[in-house]
Each structure stands twice: as C-alpha cells, then as structure tokens.
Design a protein around this ligand. Structure first.
Ligand code: FES
Ligand code: FES
Length: 901
C-alpha cells in the first residue's frame, strides 16, 4: 500500500492505474474536493500539494505520495476556527450554491497582495457560475456584507446563509458527496449521429469487460413515453421521450446504458458496444425543418399536421394593419439568439437504492423532486408512495435541473439489479446531452407616431426546441408574453412556432424564453427611437405599461398577472441618473475606440404561466424554537435563507430560531418545484401563511392557557406576553404537551394571481472598430423586486443574473458542425465567463412593496438576465451606428460586420 498524507492524516491506499488525485481523494470520502469538469477548466477540485494550489483532476494520484495534501477540510488545521480566508468568504457571503467555493478558497489563500490586486488574472483558473464574482471580490478585499440576526428584524436584513460554515469548510454534502456500500455505476453510450435508427446493439463485448454487470438498450426498458420537463401539469409538454429509444434524434442522445462495479468499467463497457446505425437525413434549422420534404422527427402524436412544428401560438389584439397605417415611422428587423448551456458547476446526477422499508429512494440534483417522483412512478409503473426523492445541497440549477434526465435510468437499473446505482454526468455530457436555452429567431415590426407613441407591434418567432419538445410550448408562451406586454400599444399581433430539429433539446433556462424576445423587442424599440430622434429613456417612459393598464400581449383573454407594485419608472430614473453621473472610467485612448451607451428594460410575470403549488409545515419544538419544512429546492437561489427570514419576521424571532428542511418527498409538504421565481412567490407565500397560522395557534393556546383574552397576547421572540405575564415558548410547549396540543400547522400556496417585476440595464462601453473588442466601462442595473427580503442576497442573485447576461451576449458559444455534433463541449472552449470576463455592475433596487408577493417581495434572480444583451446591442449601435442583431457579439463577428460597414 502506498502512504499518503491528507489534511495531516496518514492514509494507506493504492490509486487505480491512471487515477487522478481528485477521484482518489473522493474515494477516501474527502468530499470537499469537487468536480466541475475534470479537465482543468473550473478549479472546483483545487487542493494544495505541499502548500501550492493544483487542480487535482489534472494530477495523477501517485504524484501525491510522500507530499502533504491539503483540502478545504484541512485548511483551518485542527481548531474549529475558520481560516481567515474562509472567514472573509463568510463575511462577504462570497458564494451562492457553494459548489465552486472550496476550490475558490484553496486558490485564494495562496494569493499575495499583488495577486489580490489583480483578481481577473489571479482567479483565471476558478469559475463561478452563480455570483458574477462580485462577492468573491468583496471577500478578497475584506468587505463585510452581513448584518446581525436580531429578533423581529429579519425582513430586509442581510443575513448569512444558514449553511455558510458547512459550505466554507467542505462539510456541506452535495448530491454525489456520499459513500454508498455495494454501489454500481451507470454510464451511457451516446449517439454520434444526429438522426439514425438503431438497428442492432451487440452487447457481448461490453458484457465481457471485467466489472460490467448489465447492459440495457431500448429493447429492455419500459415503453412509456414521457417528457423530461418538470411541470405541475404534464400536459403542457409532449410525451416524446423513452428511457432508451430505437431512434436517435440528436447527436448525444442516449443509446445504451452500461452498469458496472466501477465508473471506469462502465465507460469501458460503453466503448465496447457494437452498434449498427441506419443514418437518417437530419435537419438543424427550424425554418428548414418546416419546409416541405424536411425529414420528420416524430410521429403525428407530437406535431401539428405531419410536420416538425411542435406547437404554434398566435393572437392579435386591435388591428395591426390599421396600426401600421397610422404610424409615421416603422422599423422592421430580424434578431436571433443562440444556444447556451446552464453550466451549473455541479453536473447532473443521481443515486438510487432500495431501502429497508422496501421503497425506492432517489438522491438527486433536481429543482423539482416531487414532480420527479410522479414521473418516475408513471414510467416505472409504481405508486408514488413507493418512491422517495430528495435533494441534498444542489450545486446550481438555472433551469437546467428542471428536467428528469438521470433519475429514470438510475432507478430502472436499481430495480433490475437490486443494488444501489449511481450516475454522475461528465461536463461533456452536460453540453451534448442536457438541455440548453432555446435559440430563437424573432422578426419584429414596430410602428409609432412622430411623438413616439406606439401604434402597432408585430412579432414572429421561430423557436428551435431541438429533438424533444419539453418546455417548447411554455418558453414560446413566455417569449410571446411579458416582452410584448411590457408596452402599451393598441394593436399587437404575434405568431410563434416551436419546431423540432435534430439538435440537442432545449429546455428551461433563467429568463425562460422571454430573454430571447426581450433582446429583439428592446433592440427594435431602440432603433425606432433612433429613427424618431427620441431619447431611449423617454421612448420607454412614454410607452411602458402603467398601473391600471391591462397586462396583455397578443391575446384577448384576461391574464392573471397584475401590478402588485410598479417600479419601472423608478428603475429607469435610477439607471439614467447613474449613467449620467458616470463612474470615471474613460474609454481607451485611440481613434479606433468608439464609445456608446445603451439601455433596455425587461418585464416579468412572476411565476410560470401554468399551475404551481407549494406547501409549508411549521412546528414549535420543545425548546421553544421552530422547525420549518418546505418542498423548495436550495440550489444557490438562497431560498432557505429567504424562507427562514419570512418565517422569523412573522414570528418576531431571530432567524437562528427557525430550523429548515427542504426538497424531500418524505419529509416536506408537496412543492411543484423551484423555478421561474416560485421559490419566493409561491414557496415563500406558503411559509408566510404557515408562520401566520403558527402565530395564531400559539396565541390562541396561550390565551386559553392563561385566561387572558387573545387580543392581549403577543409573541415576544422566544416567549408570549399575555397581559402582564410572560411565558417562555418552551414552557408553553410543555403545557401543550399535557393536553396533546401539538403546535403544528401546514399551509398551502398557489401561484395565481401573479405579480410583475421589472429590470432595467444600462451599459456604457467602448468597442474597437478594427479588432471588434468590447470593453464595458460602466454597467448599471436597477430592479423592481418589491421588498428585498435579504438585500445582500438579492443583490447577489442580480449580480449572477447580469453576469450570465454578459456571458450570453459576449462570450458563450456552443458550436456545432454540419452533422449537428458539438465541437467545443468544454468549459474553456464554450467559454462561460471568468472573473476577467465579468464587468462589475452597480445594482440598485426600486423602493416598492408588492401587494401580492410574500411580505412585499417578488421575483429576484430570474429577470435580471433579460435586459443585458439588448442593452449591450443598443450601446453598440450608439457607438458604431451599426445595429447588431445576432448574439453573441464576439470580436470576430464585430470585426466582420464593422469592417464591411
Ligand atoms: S474539476 Fe478539476 S478543474 Fe474542473
Ligand atoms: S457559488 Fe460559485 S458556482 Fe455556485
């Protein structure tokens, strides 16, 4: 046995041939070492070897022999105190999901002062997808962002995440951070063809690989079609997927699953499979896919009239032809947006096993465990009661985990083999096999009178839903909803098609369809304002919807969305003021640099357009503290912190006095899932109602117990004051126990009616006319999110959303070849933003209190992404006179366009 020293402790162990240090450490249950890529790109696996930072996925394990290896678990030595860098991350709350944090800290502790002064360079090897790096910058410059937890002061306080210390010390347990006895590993072979019939799969060579225990193909699995999209109403998505199919409809689709004693054996088994494909004609573009004679992907159950159109949405209010006839100026242009991936640092994965209770247990990285349970029960022919689905800590989601893409095969294999089975996706699988944002092409025609009053708006959208249709209709509905409804205009018309193509399927992604058409409409409005010689702020103020207006896009039917608060005017004022004040950053010197300023706004109906429900259960515990159970998933969205604060605010206590569990089908009330802002507006509402019910329950009992009228009783942190008497809650609980009063309440909340949030982004940038390089000089964002429950956290969510917007607009590109295969399925080549790519953004809030959302709050992190790309496009147009209508704005594209202009 080889001797290793890890965190000051000796280990005698033998790495497998070729094994990297990352997997070796995790095999020893050192789970603070994370995997984001296994390619040296993300830094989540950073450890110290003899005090120097290394990406452990790039280091052969045997090289650590005789060296001192330190991971996040060993950073602070034997004491319980945090290392100063951990403490700095605590004070600044420099994380959201926390999946990158251990690696980030291990790099950060080695930085010199000179390196800290140049973080874009010093942190180039560590990626964070959640924070936009601002809070990390705060931590490394000694800024403190948190406040004290005071009784009755929870609402509006910047309180730390309750799991802070676990995240910072590497003891927080994410989906794959568990050692399971007798575990089998699943891997899949994915199709190299974008469209092919699978004629035969010869399993013999794979089954002969030592360690392989089973191989499954389409012939072995249940034949119930389902959708991987996770919605309350399964009818809003087409049931067009099988566990394993005999037709591959995109390059990257699962063809066969191999289960083995080790991951390496499962991968070797995949490589040994002999598959005979009959390659079919493929189509990748939605317009080509609806042309006569285009290859068809699905049978008529899933499409409109023997075509590749999954669904069409259309409508008209007023008379658009007449509206254009009344217009003095008309602008018409086609805008297109690209496919990008969520790139949450924790990849998809799940583990399933049969429990001693005879039921099936699934530990998964999901935004919607309850709907996963329902879907698994349907596909496997089980009762939902026989399945338990839960999350531990989830390392980011952004909509990418609103899909059932791993749990199905894992449960199937476990049920077949009777042993626990795990499937952890690789980064490449995330790019080629998970969902992406829907690329959309949007033609906008917009007309106005000379004074800027809009007279007509006509929108046509082609959405590329890829090989499967999950989220295709809902994202299209969102695309044709808020961005059109944001403006008063008597005549609006739209038609949109979600079209199947032989591309990787699209799905839910922060902004959910509205991001794409916001890019188009905000660009078109800006161009129209330019034609009229009207300032962009004035143009928006003149036309944006106002309280009392009907919130309508292209449909005459009444909407359930209304203004619980209306802060768009204030957001516009804030951004205008901030840009006018400036930040002192000058454009680079040289005649080739042009400077421009652009803004865009976005409106969001908070919550999905279809049904959604959440429950919360609250108990008073014998020690006088509270226990809250809520089905929402914590994935870096800060929902556990927000829910605790809502509860503590109602109960008049400290947040610390409210313990929470979440996202567990056995232990928490039902919750549709955490997406589209529902964690705050629906889950938060359920918590609000449950806490109110708990107050009533406690005061009613206290009044009865003391004989003091109920209206003379009130909660006082950890006690109740009844008249002149104060009773500790622990004593009250004891009195309740004597008469079997349980102090337990459960409440449910539903989505409708939905309130509306607004965001405005302002950008001042410089663009180099020759090289196409863009430098963001000033970035300002104002959000109307109602009452911020936790301002620090809300700012962090917006930092992350805006950073994602910059990534989408400027650097992220999924490149596919002519056969539909992705050629850059790596973080370094697809380019999610690094520290250096992410401008610092000033974040402001409108001072509003929402009348619909819980305690005045509404959507926080969803909509911030939407105005970023159009604001950049508008700034580019201002700088160069050229309107860029296709994302992303990479230097090569800008160079080509500008040199032709
Ligand atoms: S997992 Fe090692 S750098 Fe990403
Ligand atoms: S906190 Fe950095 S990836 Fe989530």
């Amino acid at each position: 046995m080889t001797q290793f020293s890890i965190n000051g402790r000796g280990y005698a162990a033998e790495p497998a041939p070729g094994q990297c240090l990352r997997t070796f450490l995790r095999d020893l249950a050192v789970f603070g070492v994370k995997k984001g890529c296994d390619a040296g790109d993300c830094g989540a696996c950073t450890v110290h070897i003899d005090g120097k930072p290394f990406h452990s996925c790039l280091v052969p394990a045997f090289r650590a022999e005789g060296r001192e290896v330190t991971t996040i678990e060993g950073l602070s030595g034997c004491g319980n105190d945090l290392h100063p860098t951990q403490q700095a991350f605590r004070d600044a709350q420099a994380f959201q999901c926390g999946f990158c944090t251990a690696g980030m800290i291990m790099t950060a502790v080695t930085l010199t002062d000179a390196q800290k002064a140049d973080l874009p360079h010093a942190l180039k090897g560590n990626l964070c997808r959640c924070t936009g790096y601002r809070s990390i910058d705060d931590a490394l410059h000694g800024r403190c962002n948190i406040e004290a937890d005071l009784p009755g002061r929870a609402l509006g306080a910047s309180l730390p995440n309750p799991f802070t210390d676990a995240i910072l010390t590497g003891t927080a347990r994410y989906t794959m951070d568990v050692a399971v006895a007798d575990l089998l590993h699943l891997k899949v072979l994915r199709s190299p063809h974008a469209h092919a019939r699978i004629v035969t799969v010869d399993k013999a060579a794979a089954l002969a690989v030592p360690g392989v225990v089973a191989v499954y193909t389409w012939e072995d699995v249940p034949k119930r079609r389902f959708t991987s999209a996770l919605h309350e109403d399964h009818l809003v998505d087409p049931d067009d997927i099988l566990l394993l199919d005999d037709v591959a409809r995109f390059a990257g689709q699962r063809v066969a699953a191999v289960v083995a004693e080790t991951e390496a054996a499962a991968e070797a088994g995949c490589r040994a499979l002999q598959v005979t494909y009959a390659v079919l004609p493929a189509v990748f573009d939605p317009v080509a896919a609806i042309a006569p004679g285009a290859p068809l992907l699905h049978d008529k159950d899933h499409v409109e009239s023997n075509s590749n159109i999954y669904c069409t949405l259309q409508g008209e209010i007023g008379d658009v032809a007449q509206g254009f006839a009344q217009a003095d100026v008309v602008h018409e242009e086609t805008y297109s947006t690209t496919r990008v991936q969520h790139a949450h640092l924790e990849t998809h994965g799940s583990i399933a096993w049969k429990g001693e209770d005879g039921r099936w247990h699934v530990r998964t990285s999901s935004q919607a465990p309850f709907v996963v349970r329902t879907k698994l029960a349907y596909v496997m022919g089980l009762s939902p009661r026989d399945i338990h689905v839960f999350t531990e800590r989830v390392g980011g989601g952004f909509g990418g985990k609103q899909e059932m893409v791993s749990e199905d095969l894992v449960l199937f294999a476990t049920m077949k083999l009777g042993r626990p089975v795990k499937w952890e996706w690789t980064r490449e699988e995330e790019f080629i096999g998970a969902t992406t944002r829907h690329p959309m092409t949007t033609r906008v025609k917009i007309g106005a009178r000379r004074d800027g009053t809009l007279t007509a708006l006509d929108v046509e959208v082609f959405s590329n839903t890829g090989a499967y249709g999950g989220h295709g209709g809902e994202t299209l509905a969102a695309a044709m909803g808020s961005p059109i409804a944001a403006y008063r205009c008597p005549n609006k018309k739209g038609i949109g098609h979600a079209v199947y193509t032989n591309m990787v399927p699209a799905g839910g992604f922060r902004g959910y369809g509205a991001s794409q058409t916001t890019f188009a409409i905000e660009g078109a409005l800006d161009a129209l304002a330019g034609q009229l010689g009207i300032d962009p702020f004035t143009m928006r103020r003149k036309n944006v919807v106002q309280p009392g207006d009907n919130v309508e896009s292209i449909w005459k039917e009444p909407s359930d969305a209304s203004f619980g608060s209306h802060g768009i005017g204030e957001c516009l004022d804030i951004v205008e003021r901030a840009l006018a004040t400036g930040n002192g950053v000058a454009k680079p010197e040289g005649a080739d640099w042009a400077e421009g300023r652009g803004i865009a706004l976005a409106m969001l109906e908070c919550g999905p357009p279809t049904e959604h429900r959440s429950g919360a259960e609250m108990r008073l515990l014998p020690d006088g503290t509270y226990h809250l159970a809520c089905g929402s998933t914590e994935m870096g969205n800060g929902i556990t912190t927000a829910h605790k604060q809502i509860a503590a605010a109602i109960l008049g206590t400290r947040v610390e006095a409210v313990a929470i569990i979440n996202a567990d089908t056995d232990r928490t009330p039902y919750d549709t899932g955490t997406f589209a802002s529902t964690g705050t507006v629906v889950g938060g509402k359920a918590v609000h109602l449950a806490a109110q019910a708990m107050v009533e329950d406690v005061l009613d009992f206290a009044g009865r117990h003391t004989g003091v009228p109920r209206d003379q009783c009130r909660l006082d942190e950890d006690g109740v004051i009844c008249g002149n008497r104060r009773i500790a809650l622990s004593d009250l609980h004891a009195e309740g126990a004597k008469v079997d009063h349980r102090f337990m309440v459960t409440r449910r909340a539903y989505l409708s009616p939905r309130t509306i949030a607004f965001n405005v982004q302002g950008v001042r940038l410089a663009v180099h006319r020759v090289t196409g390089e863009i430098r963001v000089l000033h970035s300002v964002h104002a959000a109307d999110i109602g009452k911020p429950i936790n301002p620090m956290q809300c700012r962090g969510q917006l930092d992350g959303a805006v950073a994602m917007g910059y990534g989408w607009a400027l650097v992220e590109t999924m490149v596919h070849d002519r056969e539909g295969r992705m050629v850059n399925p790596q973080l370094r080549n697809c380019r999610i933003p690094t520290f250096a790519d992410t401008p610092h953004t000033e974040i402001y809030f409108a001072d509003t209190v929402d009348s619909i959302g819980p305690l005045g709050a509404k959507s926080q992190g969803e909509c911030g992404i939407n105005p970023v790309a159009p604001a950049i496009a508008n700034a580019l147009a201002d700088a160069t006179g050229v309107r860029f209508t296709h994302l992303p704005f990479t230097p090569d594209r800008l160079f080509t366009t500008l040199s032709a202009a």
